[in-house]
Design a protein around this ligand. Structure first.
Ligand SMILES: Cc1ncc(COP(=O)(O)O)c(C=O)c1O
Length: 387
């Protein structure tokens, strides 16, 4: 009797599995495409060139490894939670950025900081503008709040998006997402333009994503002391070489900071990540040497590609873009040679473009050699898209 009742009840329960929030239910699972599995299955002897996610193309400073192994071998406690609010990382970042430590919040990758801003500030019906094409993952955080962002799509994807944003923005616009340098277009928005926008629209939050700041050197960080509606986000995943540790940070004024801290998890940056981030910041020479390599090799690589007939766009970040007639063919041919790049050609307004992360000078020479071998059997591989 009881068993029958329970069976009937469990049938009922199956049809009533709890549903996610309406905002989440409307989303498709985030389908991140990683090349790691393909890299692991490469034939022995093929050195992978992982140039698809704009990570640093070389390992971090040896000081990062030393600091982490030192921490692990000195009886430090992985069984304890990490230091709350990452105070040493904030102090080191304050030195690095010139921004006060209490205006810096350290996050589990900059993704975490972007999500925190959206969770704290957005609600259904809000007006959000996103410079487009851009870092697509940000849209998930916006849509998860029940907001349909408006995309600021300029006719020329390589023009600075501010004039399109100006045409679209309204006094009630809640947030504008503006990466600088942008990914994948590489456009850089000047601090002067950011300041003008912040001043003209005090009720709008300007979220400036400077993930690639170090490769271009232009920043709006110092403006957070003057504009309470500005948040600047950065990461350790690009020039510091610790994408795997997941460390990012944001800089903002006291009012926004106080609100962000209502949801911020002060133990979200793990102990090894905190140690690694401080060590990475300390090794100024190693960072500067890597940035100099990338700056030199992106120009050299672009010249080599142009000599082979390609249409190339050089950015001020650690990636360049190549526009070809058949992006998929190029990506697959490169994969067969152990090279992983990112096809961005399906992004609206960005047809034909393939993104190559730029690494060291010798890595890019190696890449050109592999491309030359491929061109022998597929001569049209770099053929530009007919405009
Ligand atoms: C513009 C931009 N913002 C944020 C991120 C995410 O970086 P993180 O590794 O710090 O989460 C990326 C990664 O590619 C990016 O391109």
């Amino acid at each position: 009797m009881i068993q029958e009742a329970l069976r009937a009840r469990s049938r009922k329960l199956e049809s009533e599995v709890p549903r996610p929030s309406k905002n989440v239910e409307a989303l498709a699972p985030y389908d991140a495409v990683s090349s790691l599995a393909a890299i692991k299955s490469l034939p022995k002897g093929v050195v992978p060139l992982k140039l698809d996610w704009n990570e640093s193309a070389i390992p971090p400073s040896p000081r990062v490894i030393e600091a982490i192994t030192g921490f692990l071998s000195n009886g430090h406690h992985l069984n304890w939670y990490p230091e709350l609010n990452a105070p040493r990382v904030r102090a080191a970042l304050s030195n690095y950025t010139g921004v006060r430590p209490d205006s810096i919040l350290v996050s589990n990758g900059s993704d975490d900081a972007l999500d925190l801003v959206c969770r704290t500030y957005l609600e259904p019906g809000d007006d959000v503008i996103v410079a487009w094409p851009t870092y697509g993952h940000f849209l998930i955080y916006v849509k998860a709040r029940g907001v349909q962002p408006r995309l600021a799509l300029s006719e020329d994807p390589f023009s600075v998006p501010t004039s399109t944003i100006l045409e679209m923005i309204r006094p009630e616009t809640k947030l504008v997402y503006l990466p600088s340098p942008n990914n994948p277009t590489g456009t850089v928005t000047s601090p002067g333009d950011i300041a003008s926008l912040c001043r003209a629209f005090p009720g709008t939050m300007f979220l400036v994503d400077e993930a690639y700041y170090e490769f271009c050197g232009v920043t709006s960080a110092s403006l957070v002391a003057s504009f309470p509606n500005l948040v600047v986000v950065r990461t350790f995943s690009k020039c510091f070489g610790i994408a795997g540790l997941r460390v990012g940070y944001l800089m903002t004024g006291p009012v926004v900071m106080q609100n962000l801290r209502k949801l911020y998890n002060p133990k979200s940056v793990n102990a090894l990540a905190q140690i690694g981030a401080v060590a990475a910041l300390e090794d100024v020479d190693s960072r500067e040497a890597y940035v100099a390599q990338v700056r030199a090799s992106r120009e050299q690589f672009a010249t080599a590609l142009r000599r082979r007939g390609a249409e190339v766009h050089v950015t001020q970040a650690n990636f360049i873009l190549v526009r070809v007639r058949d992006p998929q063919r190029l990506v697959m041919a490169l994969e067969s040679a152990g090279v992983f790049v990112r096809d961005r050609s399906r992004m609206e307004g960005f047809e034909g473009w393939v993104r190559f992360t730029v690494g060291t000078v010798s890595q890019m020479h190696d890449l050109v050699e592999r491309i030359d071998v491929l061109l022998e059997t597929c001569p049209g591989l770099l053929e530009p898209m007919a405009s």
